[in-house]
Design a protein around this ligand. Structure first.
Ligand code: BDP
Length: 708
């Protein structure tokens, strides 16, 4: 007898299996994969976490409930009928939660409690907060506990973010190219907005909410005034509507000369009344479309961007004018301190401090100054920026780069958690020991309530969002550290690896170690011992330490490494630019004592002995070589992980590591071939010479490298 129904079902099942195998894991699901846990692992969670009960009605609460059902369902299967319920809500949305009289004061506007409680005489788990966004964050926290297999008996979690403004900075252009983006094109489909909203906007919002990221600056800091015209405000409003239920506010980068370009004015002078009126009217217009608009991010008088100094005014004058426009609506201004000028003979590393310290106390209360982690520009390693701790009356937010412009683009595996942590843990010594950058960032050092952390996003249209599987970890660690700048980068790496790949200890041990060492490997094969800014011109791809002929000296690598017959490095002590004096004396002493910063602060003779007992030249060769060796080791580590990872993602990571190994070798060889022309010394015994003569490396051209 023919069984067409069964046949059809089998065919459909087969199609489904092959389809899932082919598309099983391309990385789209990020750390929110919710794959089934093995039965034994699932058992305690199944017994403890039953039906999800959302108390109250609102888009955000519904999202929290749906996410929990999706996550618990995916990981644990359908809820067991007799398992205690998971109850979500706020005291305002839920009489049962109100009746519990939970100590929610400390949770503030965005925090939450997760507790094992008794409701109606029966055990239950509550996720409670003062706000709906807090409930959503709590739901993601509970999911994370399950995903990472943390114990959930007698739950008593209390969390509140330590930083108020936790924003991604998208360097996305209106034509969908992304400046320094290595993950495809911009997610924002401006042309089709506001009528068509890509479903990825929702997944983007989910991912951010899962980390507590509560803001997104949609457009490039090198901004076009068009972003502030009516059609683009409407498009931004459509995105804001999508992100709002996820607790995410939209911000825009503002081009300082907009009053001229789109306002028909002759000037953008911040003290001109017509200019002030333009910005007030513009802010009012934006807030009509986006009532919870977060505010403006501004890059002014930096790298050719217009700014208040074009009119003889200060950064404070410029920032305060915009602050006055958005202030009545509750908006803020994030004013960037990334300023330097080649017309000034001063060491570039000193310029931001020199500009901003005299302005301390002159910014409006809704202005926060956004400072990169180091004084130059997102290099693989920089000492912390001397502005941190130096402006007691001005709140500063930390800006880190998530996209890896200077750390090998998307193909190099470099987990940036240790880099962010290094900055946050650095002691500024401005109010004695323990005056860490983290305490500047969370406001506790000087008692600021406006606090923030910004990450230059690495997100694009690639299926895996970030250009590589492991670059997702950099988005993840940024979000987690913005929520709590005291978290450990190792713990976060473990959390991410569990959620993204596997809870198997045979996987986690080697892979977390590999992640933790990966940024140091990049430092070694690109810029060891405090070297910096050796990359190719404009596209920043690959080594070009020899470049000395750009229009401006402060963009040339030779400006930074200063190699000559005597030695190498930038003297920033008293005998040189004295940039070191911008730090508190104890911090300066610590920075100088740390060999990692050797050539950042000093010009050192080739023959000087370093801590290993080797000469500086030999040490450079050893470090460059060891960087490459570390990548080879990473390849072997990853190869052994095949049993723990789906084939698709394993192959992608393996292929990228092979690229990384080649490029690490290229960096080593090109840099050593070049520096050897100054050191005039042989490589130590056993160290292979560069594969090609220097001329070969100098002749390489990359006109189509991504991200320009
Ligand atoms: C540099 C980037 C450049 C950015 C600039 C910035 O190369 O594309 O515009 O930072 O932060 O590192 O403004």
């Amino acid at each position: 007898m023919k069984r067409p129904g069964l046949m059809r079902a089998l065919v459909a099942l087969f199609a489904l299996i092959t389809a899932t195998a082919a598309h099983a894991e391309d990385g789209y699901d990020l750390w929110l994969r919710y794959r089934p846990a093995p039965a034994a692992e699932a058992a305690p969670y199944r017994a403890a976490l039953g039906e999800v009960v959302v108390e109250g009605r609102s888009p955000t609460l519904a999202i929290a409930g749906d996410e929990l059902r999706r996550g618990l369902g995916g990981t644990l299967g359908a809820p067991a009928a007799d398992a205690p319920p998971v109850i979500l809500g706020t005291p305002g949305s839920s009489p049962r939660i109100a009746a519990l009289r939970l100590p929610l004061q400390a949770a503030g506007a965005e925090g939450y409690l997760i507790r094992s409680v008794t409701v109606d005489g029966r055990p239950a788990t509550v996720v409670a907060a003062n706000s709906e966004a807090g409930v959503l964050y709590g739901a993601f926290h509970l999911l994370r506990l399950v995903q990472t297999r943390r114990p959930i008996a007698r739950l008593d979690v209390a969390e509140a973010p330590k930083v108020k403004v936790r924003v991604l900075n998208h360097w996305d252009n209106l034509d969908r190219t992304v400046e320094r983006g290595y993950a495809g094109f911009s997610l924002w489909d401006w042309h089709k907005l506001p009528d068509w909203k890509d479903s990825r906007y929702v997944d983007y919002a989910r991912a951010n909410a899962s980390l507590g990221i509560n803001g997104t600056v949609l457009n490039n800091v090198n901004a076009k005034a068009d972003s502030l015209t009516a059609p683009y405000i409407e498009k931004a409003a459509a995105l804001a509507d999508t992100f709002r239920p996820y607790g995410i506010k939209v911000y825009l980068s503002a081009r300082f000369s907009s009053p001229i370009e789109i306002g028909g004015l002759k000037t953008a002078d911040p003290l001109d009344p017509t200019v002030r009126a333009f910005w007030k009217a513009k802010a009012d217009e934006i807030y009509r479309a986006i009532p919870d608009f977060g505010g403006f991010l501004v890059k002014a008088n930096s790298e050719g961007q217009p700014g208040p100094q074009d009119y003889g005014r200060s950064h404070a004058d410029g920032a305060n004018m915009l602050a006055e426009a958005v202030g009545p609506h509750g908006g803020i201004v994030m004013w960037r301190a990334f300023v330097y000028s080649n017309e000034q003979p001063e060491d570039r590393a000193k310029q931001a401090y020199n500009e901003f310290v005299p302005l301390d106390g002159r910014f409006a209360p809704n202005v926060i100054v956004q400072v990169k982690n180091g004084a130059i520009d997102f290099q693989p390693r920089e000492p912390f920026h001397p502005l941190f701790g130096a402006t007691p009356k001005t709140p500063l937010m930390l800006e880190v780069q998530i996209t890896k412009e200077y750390l090998g683009f998307a193909t190099h595996l470099a987990y940036l958690g240790p880099m962010y942590e290094e900055t946050l843990d650095a002691d500024t010594w401005r109010r004695g020991k323990g005056s860490t950058v983290a305490r500047v960032v969370d406001g506790s050092l000087f008692g600021h309530r406006l606090t923030g952390m910004a990450g230059v996003a690495n997100i694009g249209t690639d299926r895996n969002w970030s250009g590589s599987q492991f670059d997702q970890a950099n988005w993840y660690v940024f979000g987690r550290m913005a929520w709590d700048p005291y978290l450990s980068s190792r713990d976060i790496a473990g959390e991410w690896a569990r959620m993204t790949f596997s809870n198997d200890p045979r996987f986690l041990g080697p892979v977390v170690d590999m992640m933790m060492g990966s940024r140091e490997a990049v430092v070694d094969y690109m810029t060891p011992l405090g070297l910096h800014h050796l990359m190719g011109t404009s596209h920043h791809y690959g080594p070009a330490p020899w470049v000395d002929d750009l229009g401006r000296a402060d963009w040339t690598p030779v400006y930074y490494h200063r190699a000559d017959a005597a030695g190498i490095g930038f003297d920033r002590t008293k005998t040189g630019s004295d940039a070191i004096s911008q730090y508190a004396p104890r911090a300066a002493a610590e920075l100088l004592a740390d060999e990692k910063n050797l050539l950042w602060f000093r010009h050192v003779a080739w023959d000087r002995k370093v801590s290993s007992g080797r000469t500086l030249w030999d040490e450079l060769v050893v470090r460059y070589t060891d960087g490459v060796r570390q990548v080879s080791q990473m390849r072997r580590t990853w190869a052994a992980m095949a049993p723990h990872v789906d084939a698709e993602r394993h192959a992608e990571v393996a292929a990228f590591l092979a690229i990384q190994e080649q490029e690490a070798q290229w960096w080593r060889d090109a840099c050593l071939a070049y520096f050897q022309t100054f050191s005039k010394r042989p490589l130590p015994a056993g160290y292979a010479p560069p594969a090609h003569p220097l001329a070969h490396y100098k002749a390489l051209r990359f006109p189509y490298a991504p991200g320009i």
